[in-house]
Design a protein around this ligand. Structure first.
Ligand SMILES: [Zn+2]
Length: 488
């Protein structure tokens, strides 16, 4: 039998967190009518029908942590079908077709090294928790990449990432590859390169289902036998952005013997065809911004209007992170604990695999008073909210005066409350100072005003004593649903 070219579809399935970090409540989303919110609507249009026809078992995909957690809680049957699809693939081919995702959808090149490591390790732990197996690859949020990110991914034992053609330099004549990227400290990692034009064609001009396979047959007629072509795009393209996308995805992933291609998944293909050619990456690039990550850092033409607030918000969050980290590291070092590896391991508590006190007991801290244990756990919990501040959607859109940046500030408030409760340090003043120069282009209001509005809503401000903050925290936590406190 003649060897045919291969096709793989990779879907990035993701929704940003929809719960208010301070109340745990989902906002009303009337635009999602007749569904109560967009998660339910996208489930009905995309996740459920794709799961029902078996598309998840025939493609490569990643399922974002926030979305996976919501599905597990709210649309469990669909969630179970997706988990089973990975089991099916694994039973049939010996490896999973799912891919991990950096857990809070942080733009990794903009994060410092230890935060990159935390995001990747928490993403892997979350994947193992859901799918019962180690992932082979990881999805880099927005495909944002630099060498340090790839070092982190390789160091965590993963084999591949996915990038877009414009993010790679070298001979790309072997289609999607995989290609080998040699890393500065001696390691290397495989990179699959998506076909940008073909991926965008499906994202923006979805063909009719009956034309799908003829179109791919024609497109791949120039491919070498055995070579791979990769379509990688948002999973919601298939069913939510384009209603007939579910049938298109089904047609794409079920070629017949008369078709000119075969379908595969990334992990399967990597085993059969390890990388032969080296390429280099273009650092600080992403699939949705061609301006050195300006979309999430300094502002750029990707969003209309003045995006200077993005740089100011990021600076405020970075400064706050440094303050929170100093307090955390100092307290942990006093107890001869390695703060950053302990934080990496804390994901087991987030995933509810182990209780906080048992986790501390494993680190020989079980003898501490319950108050001392509580303080350590509060500092670890503050690190969770401090990680969540950097979700990419906080910076993605055009205005500071949107729900996404507001949630970033609300996550910061949660982190500050937990830290104040333990150390008595009030971090609010410096944070407010920094947020004063983050100005909404739409309303002219500053990040400091948004912060004050959030604090006023909680009856919590900088002049109250740490004891009062502790009470406020206790009240808040008492009203917090368990899944909000739990991991993503
Ligand atoms: Zn841009």
């Amino acid at each position: 039998m003649t060897l045919k070219p291969f096709l793989c579809i990779h879907g990035h399935f993701y929704q940003p967190p929809r719960e208010d970090p301070l109340t745990g409540e989902c906002r009303d989303e009337p635009s999602a009518a007749p569904f109560p919110n967009w998660n339910n609507r996208v489930t009905a249009e995309c996740y459920a029908p794709n799961a029902a026809v078996g598309n998840f078992a025939r493609m490569s995909f990643n399922l974002g942590g926030t979305l996976a957690r919501w599905m597990d809680d709210c649309v469990h049957e669909t969630y179970q079908q997706i988990v089973s699809a990975v089991y099916q693939h694994r039973r049939r081919y010996g490896m999973p077709n799912g891919v991990a995702q950096a857990v809070h959808h942080t733009i990794l090149p903009l994060a410092r090294g230890r935060d990159k490591r935390c995001q990747v390790r928490w993403g892997i732990a979350s994947y193992v928790h859901r799918f019962g197996v180690q992932p082979d690859g990881i999805w880099l949020p927005e495909m944002a990449v630099d060498y340090e990110t790839l070092e982190t991914v390789a160091e965590a034992g993963l084999s591949f990432v996915i990038l877009s053609g414009e993010q790679v330099h070298g001979d790309l004549s072997r289609g999607a590859g995989p290609y080998l990227v040699r890393l500065p400290h001696g390691r290397s990692i495989a990179v699959f390169v998506r076909d940008r034009d073909l991926s965008n064609y499906f994202s923006f001009s979805m063909p009719e289902p009956e034309y799908t396979r003829p179109l791919i047959n024609e497109h791949l007629s120039r491919s070498a036998p055995g070579a791979l072509t990769l379509i990688a795009t948002d999973g919601e393209t298939f069913g939510h952005h384009h209603k007939h996308g579910v049938r298109v995805l089904e047609a794409l992933t079920t070629p017949e013997s008369s078709d000119a291609y075969e379908i595969t998944t990334l992990a399967r293909y990597l085993r059969e065809y390890p990388p032969q050619t080296n390429v280099e990456i273009v650092e600080n690039t992403a699939w949705s911004c061609a301006h050195d990550l300006g979309r999430w850092a300094t502002g750029c033409h990707c969003t209309p209007g003045c995006g200077q607030w993005k740089g100011a918000l990021r600076r405020a969050l970075d400064n706050l992170s440094r303050d929170i980290d100093e307090i955390y590291a100092e307290m942990l070092c006093q107890r001869n604990l390695a703060p950053w590896s302990l934080r990496d391991d804390y994901v087991r508590v987030l995933l509810r695999q182990i209780s906080g006190p048992r986790f501390l007991a494993e680190y020989h801290l079980g003898h501490l008073t319950s108050m001392a244990q509580r303080r350590l756990l509060d500092l670890l919990e503050a690190q969770v909210y401090r990680q969540r501040m950097f979700v990419s959607c906080a910076f993605f859109f055009e205005d500071l005066e949107r729900i996404e940046p507001r949630y970033a500030i609300a996550n910061a408030v949660r982190a500050m409350m937990l830290v104040s409760n333990v150390s008595g340090d009030n971090l609010t003043r410096a944070f407010r100072r920094d947020l004063r120069i983050a100005i909404s282009p739409g309303t002219g209001r500053t990040g400091a005003q948004i912060l004050d509005e959030i604090l006023a809503g909680m009856n919590f401000d900088e002049d109250v004593s740490p004891d009062v903050l502790g009470d406020a925290r206790a009240r808040l936590t008492a009203h917090m649903p368990a899944h909000v406190v739990a991991a993503q």
